[in-house]
Design a protein around this ligand. Structure first.
Ligand SMILES: *Cc1c(COP(=O)(O)O)cnc(C)c1O
Length: 396
C-alpha cells in the first residue's frame, strides 16, 4: 500500500515524521565514541518508560519474539517448570516457545476474551510447595483478543502464595500505551518491541531485567548465544555491543522515549483511553460486541470486534485494504474469521481514529452487514468532542 492513510493494525504502528528522520542516519562506526551518545541515553529512557530504577534495560536487534527468547534462555534450565496463562494467540506462542525449549509448562487455560485469572495463578503457586515452578509468565495485553490482564494482581497472587519464582511479562502491545510499572509490580523481566507503543519499525527487542533475574542467569543452563545477556552487559560496560547494533533504530528509540516522556506517560495513557473509548462507542453503535467480555478486560491499544455468526470477519479486512487502502487486523487462531481488529496505539489522535472508524463502517456496509453509515462515527464523535483531546506533538 502506498497510500498516506494511517494503519489500524496493532503493530507495526504509524510512525511520526520526527522518528522517521531520527532513524535515517548516515553510517556510524558503532565502535566509535559517538555510539555511546545513542546507547546510554536510549537505555536510560527505556528504564523510565518501563518505570524501573532497580532493573537494567537491554536492547537487541530483534523483535518482541526475540525478547521472549531472551527472557527464557537467560534464566532457566532444561526441564524447569514454568506457569503461564493462555488466553489468545500471543500467550499461546510464548507457551509454544517454552515447550520448544524443553521446559515443563503448566498452562492455565483461560477463555479467549477473558483476562488472565490471578486466583488460578495463586492456586497453582500455593500448591507448588516444593517451589518447582521457576518462572511465572503473563501476557499483559493479549493483542489477538484485545484483552488487558491485571499484572499487579498476578504479582499479589505470587506474594500471597509466598512463591519465589521469577515473574516475566509480555508487554509488547501495552508498554508505551497503557500503564506499566515494572518495579511496583515486581516484574523480573518485561519484554517489548519497537513497532508498537514506541512507534518505530520492527527491529528491536526491548527488555527490562531485574537484579533477581540477572542473578538467575549465573546458574541458568539453557543454551544461548545471540541473546546472551552476559555478553550484552559486557558490551554495554564498554559502550558497545557483542555484535553490530541497529544504530538508527536505537537513535529512534531514544527519541521515541523522549516523545512519550515529554507528552507525559499519564497523558499518553489518557490519550489511548480516550481514543479506545471512541472505538468502543462505535462498536456498540454498530450493534456489534467486543471479543473482550467485560469492561475490566478492555484494551486501550487494540479492539477485537466480533462479527455476526456465519460472516467471515476477514472479509472486512480484505475489503478495506482493496477498496480504501486501509489496514485493519485479522482474527488469529481460535478467533480467526470471527473477529477483525482495530489497532489504536502509538501515533494516533482522535481525528485520525475517526478515519479508521469511518472506513471500517464503509467496509461493513459494503459487505451487507446491518450497520448504519455514520452510526459509529457519530458515537465516537460524541466521545471525542467533549473535553480536551490530547494530541501528540506530531499530530498537533
Ligand atoms: C506483537 C506481539 C508480539 C510479537 O512481537 P514481534 O515483534 O512480532 O516478534 C508478542 N506479544 C504480543 C502481545 C504482541 O502484541
Amino acid at each position: 500500500m502506498t497510500s498516506q492513510n494511517p494503519v489500524f493494525i496493532p503493530g507495526p504502528t504509524n510512525m511520526p515524521e520526527s522518528l522517521r528522520k531520527a532513524i535515517d542516519m548516515p553510517t556510524m562506526d558503532h565502535r566509535s565514541a559517538a555510539f555511546a551518545e545513542i546507547l546510554h541515553p536510549a537505555l536510560a529512557a527505556v528504564k523510565k518508560v518501563l518505570k524501573t530504577e532497580t532493573g537494567e534495560a537491554f536492547i537487541f536487534p530483534a523483535s518482541g519474539t526475540g525478547g521472549w527468547e531472551t527472557a527464557i534462555a537467560n534464566t532457566l534450565s532444561p526441564g524447569d517448570k514454568v506457569l503461564v496463562g493462555r488466553n489468545g494467540m500471543f500467550s499461546h506462542r510464548w507457551i509454544d516457545m517454552c515447550e520448544r525449549f524443553g521446559l515443563d509448562v503448566q498452562v492455565i487455560e483461560t477463555p479467549w476474551g477473558e483476562g488472565l485469572p490471578a486466583d488460578r495463578y495463586e492456586e497453582a503457586l500455593a500448591a507448588d510447595t516444593g517451589h518447582a515452578i521457576k518462572a511465572v509468565l503473563a501476557t499483559h495485553n493479549e493483542t489477538a483478543t484485545g484483552v488487558l490482564s491485571d499484572i499487579s494482581a498476578v504479582r499479589r497472587a505470587m506474594d500471597k502464595a509466598g512463591h519465589p519464582a521469577l515473574f516475566m511479562v509480555d508487554g509488547v502491545s501495552s508498554i508505551g500505551s497503557m500503564d506499566f510499572r515494572m518495579d511496583e509490580w515486581g516484574v523480573d523481566i518485561a519484554v517489548t518491541g519497537s513497532q508498537k507503543g514506541f512507534m518505530l519499525p520492527a527491529g528491536l527487542a526491548i527488555l527490562g531485567v531485574s537484579q533477581k533475574a540477572l542473578s538467575a542467569m549465573e546458574t541458568a543452563k539453557l543454551p544461548r548465544t545471540f541473546f546472551d545477556l552476559r555478553d550484552m552487559q559486557a558490551g554495554y560496560a564498554k559502550s558497545g555491543y557483542p555484535y553490530t547494533p541497529a544504530v538508527g533504530l536505537m537513535n529512534g528509540l531514544k527519541q521515541a522515549c523522549d516523545m512519550l516522556l515529554d507528552e507525559g506517560l499519564d497523558n499518553v495513557f489518557a490519550r489511548h483511553r480516550r481514543i479506545a473509548d471512541g472505538v468502543r462507542a462505535a462498536v456498540r453503535a454498530w450493534g456489534l460486541s467486543l471479543c473482550a467480555r467485560e469492561p475490566q478486560f478492555y484494551s486501550d491499544s487494540v479492539s477485537a470486534i466480533r462479527t455476526p455468526e456465519g460472516f467471515d470477519a476477514t472479509r472486512i479486512v480484505t475489503h478495506a485494504a482493496e477498496n480504501y487502502e486501509m489496514a485493519f487486523g485479522v482474527g488469529l487462531g481460535e478467533v480467526a474469521g470471527k473477529v477483525f481488529r482495530i489497532g489504536h496505539l502509538g501515533q494516533l489522535s482522535a481525528p485520525l481514529a475517526l478515519t479508521g472508524i469511518a472506513t471500517a463502517e464503509m467496509a461493513m456496509v459494503d459487505l451487507g452487514l446491518p450497520v448504519t453509515l455514520g452510526s459509529g462515527v457519530a458515537a465516537a464523535q460524541s466521545v471525542y468532542r467533549h473535553g480536551d483531546v490530547v494530541l501528540t506533538k506530531e499530530a498537533a
